[in-house]
Design a protein around this ligand. Structure first.
Ligand code: IVH
Length: 669
């Protein structure tokens, strides 16, 4: 066969294999036998080996998996990948409907009802009829390029007849049957089980070896055509039919609903049906069907207002409370935890639940050995609701709070109903502090999870946070430990090195200052911009900041006045850890407002002034209260007075709310 003939044959085989894959995996209606399929696939593999230039990126042979990556590339989303607001009951749903009817001046609105699959949000980008790449949701602004894994899902089209560029979003998920099979195999191999389908799907998509991802039996449904209007679509439900026609797997449970009453009936129907589906759903999604109304209805900072996720109520099950054990947190707080007989609740395997504190256990009257009622919603931590008194048989024993730390044995101190181990040398506290410092939202040191911290602590290589930056001095010793390789230790060292460049808010959060969560850390970092500024702060000054109350302020000041903490900060400085606010980590630097100083004046209608300030600061603008030469843009609403005048005198760009929203909407769809 010459090159020309081979080329024609490759095209023919590709077309056939794609068509058969579609028939089998999307239509569930195969027209050829497996043997026939394999014969064609093998022929294509051989031809591509013979003529490597004929192997395209989107060849069906590439679905087989086998590409092994070092890491995933980060890709910015072309349009923000938003999440959805939640509704928990009929009232919330009626509110949602009422607001939309008010905006649209309509008595009845048509919605699309869809199931909300509990998986992993994913975006596929196509151009010229070819899949370009697949990207995870990430933080909504940036995702990870997981193409090599996603294309192993056979139902995903690699080629489509639509040649114009488009982006389609949906959910990659693990069907119940795949999860059961996977967990059975893991159990036999003595490996830890996946708690639920979502974790299992996420874990599979994050596999660097695409052959492993392929073996996990994932599938996907597609529910949103991002640039539908550009492609001439005016109605969301029609755009799903359009996707269907292009070969995408769309969910058959979807339904067009005329008005809120039909939406509520759909909820009732699926509250029953959900158990019978082959995949876990944690709710239903309702979207206004008329795409031309979306801009008018608008967006909040993170969610569209034209859609809502209805979440199913939490489910209750009973199980046995085997024991109550104490854990020590990074602040020394002691938490009692329920050890439960493993039980499945709403798709998750639960075997532990926090019991908060001694009074919680007393108030509920829990005894060790009790049968207890457990409640869990898909995105909520499991909660022990009450004991079943009628199930007591005399073997139950009361719980007594220990007087000593379970880790270091020091006497505990009780403060406002909570127990603390105040021993700063308590190993548990030190370990928890390092785990927290390394965690994803803090310094994001990949590979420095709880097991590694515990191991390196036990081996004596690390004692406190600054020691993390000396791990490279122990490479040879660590390599000698079980389960470590050149590669794992060098990627850990790399991750540690990378963490030195993180922005201030992550460091502030990572230090584990009492009362300072991620949100407060962000506010503080944006306000002060340098860790050194915190060393001389007083509580009065801090309290002037919105959102910072007296308790938080006191805790921050106490932390930075503590000599031991100041020493630790000095050691971090010596190790080259960045102390400055960089403020660019998740922001699209191409947005109109990025780096600009903005002043808001007059009345805003879509957002309150606080909301608008938050949105603008969130995308890298600085908001200021007064107009000066440094001001770049003034957003003026009706009733604007002296600030507007001053801006005009200084020749500063003035825009109205609508224009501001237009700049924001280029960020989202
Ligand atoms: S629409 C702007 N539809 O739920 C469009 N999302 O809680 C936003 N999800 O991030 C998404 N099923 O990952 C939509 N039928 C469905 C969905 C769905 C599951 C996920 C999605 C989203 C999350 C929001």
């Amino acid at each position: 066969m010459n090159h020309e003939e081979a080329k024609a044959r490759v095209a023919q085989l590709t077309e056939k294999l794609e068509r058969w894959t579609y028939e089998y995996y999307v239509l569930d209606n195969p027209s050829v036998s497996d043997a026939e399929f394999d014969r064609h696939m093998n022929e294509l593999i051989l031809l591509e080996q013979q003529y490597p230039d004929l192997r395209s990126k989107n060849s069906p042979t590439q679905r087989v998996g086998g590409q092994v990556l070092d890491s995933f590339k980060k890709i910015p989303h072309k349009r923000l990948m938003l999440s959805l607001g939640n509704a928990y009951n009929e009232d919330d749903m009626r509110d949602f409907d009422r607001k939309i009817r008010e905006i649209l001046h309509k008595d009845v609105v048509d919605y699309m009802g869809e199931v909300k699959i509990d998986g992993l949000g994913m975006s596929l980008v196509y151009d010229q009829g070819e899949l370009q790449y697949c990207v995870t949701r990430g933080d909504g602004v940036m995702g990870e390029d997981v193409t090599s894994n996603v294309i192993t899902i056979p139902s995903i089209p690699l080629h489509v007849k639509e040649k114009r560029p488009f982006e389609v979003r949906g959910e990659v998920y693990m069907p119940k049957a795949s999860l059961e099979k996977l967990n059975r195999a893991r159990e036999e191999a003595g490996e830890p089980l996946f708690a639920n389908a979502r974790n299992a799907a996420a874990g599979s998509i994050r596999q660097l070896d695409s052959a492993v991802a392929r073996s996990r039996g994932l599938d996907a449904y597609w529910y949103y055509l991002v640039n539908a209007r550009e492609l001439g679509q005016t109605i969301h439900s029609n755009s799903l039919d359009f996707l269907d026609g292009l070969g995408f797997r769309t969910n058959p449970e979807r339904r067009r609903l005329h008005g809120i009453e039909e939406a509520l009936a759909y909820i009732e129907e699926y509250t029953e049906k959900r158990e019978k589906l082959g995949y876990d759903i944690d709710g239903l999604v309702f979207k206004v069907d008329d795409l031309s109304e979306y801009e008018k209805i608008g967006y909040t900072a993170k969610t569209p207002k034209w859609a809502i996720a209805y979440k199913f109520p939490p489910m209750e099950v009973s199980t046995k409370l085997i024991d109550i054990v104490l854990t020590v947190g990074r602040t020394g707080r002691i938490t009692p935890n329920a050890v439960l007989e493993p039980v499945r609740v709403q798709g998750s395997l639960v075997q532990r639940a926090t019991l908060n504190n001694e009074d919680f256990i007393k108030d509920k009257g829990l005894m060790i050995g009790d049968t207890v009622i457990l409640r869990k919603a898909a995105d909520v931590i499991p909660e022990v609701v009450r004991p079943v008194i009628s199930m007591r048989d005399g073997t139950q024993t009361p719980f007594h709070m220990s007087e000593n730390c379970p880790e270091c044995g020091q006497p505990l101190t009780r403060v406002q109903g909570l127990h603390y181990c105040l021993n700063e040398e308590c190993p548990s506290r030190k370990i928890e502090a390092m785990i927290h410092f390394s965690s994803r939202d803090a310094m994001d040191i990949d590979g420095m999870g709880s097991a590694v911290v515990e191991e390196l602590f036990a081996e004596g290589f690390i004692h406190d946070i600054p020691d993390l930056y000396h791990i490279h001095e122990h490479v040879a010793e660590i390599k000698a430990l079980d389960g470590w390789s050149d590669k794992s230790i060098s990627s850990l060292c790399e991750a540690i090195e990378k963490s030195k460049e993180k922005s201030l808010e992550r460091l502030l959060f990572g230090l584990g200052i009492k009362e300072v969560g991620l949100k407060t850390a962000k506010i503080l970092a944006r306000r002060y911009r340098q860790l050194d500024d915190f060393l001389s702060l007083d509580a009065d000054e801090l309290q002037k900041i919105d959102d910072i109350g007296p308790i938080v302020a006191k805790s921050i000041v106490a932390y930075f006045q503590d000599e031991k903490n100041r020493e630790m900060i000095e050691r971090l400085r010596q190790n080259g850890v960045n102390f400055a606010y960089l403020g660019t980590d998740t922001v699209d630097v191409n947005n109109f407002f990025y780096g600009k100083t903005v002043v808001l004046t007059g009345t805003l209608t879509r957002y309150s002034r606080d909301e608008m300030t938050n949105i603008l600061e969130g995308i890298g603008a600085k908001c200021s209260g007064s107009v000066s030469k440094k001001t770049d843009v003034v957003i003026a609403g009706p009733g604007a007075g002296s600030k507007l005048e001053k801006a005009q005198q200084l020749g500063i760009l003035v825009i109205d709310e609508e224009e501001a929203l237009a700049h924001l909407s280029t960020l989202r769809q």
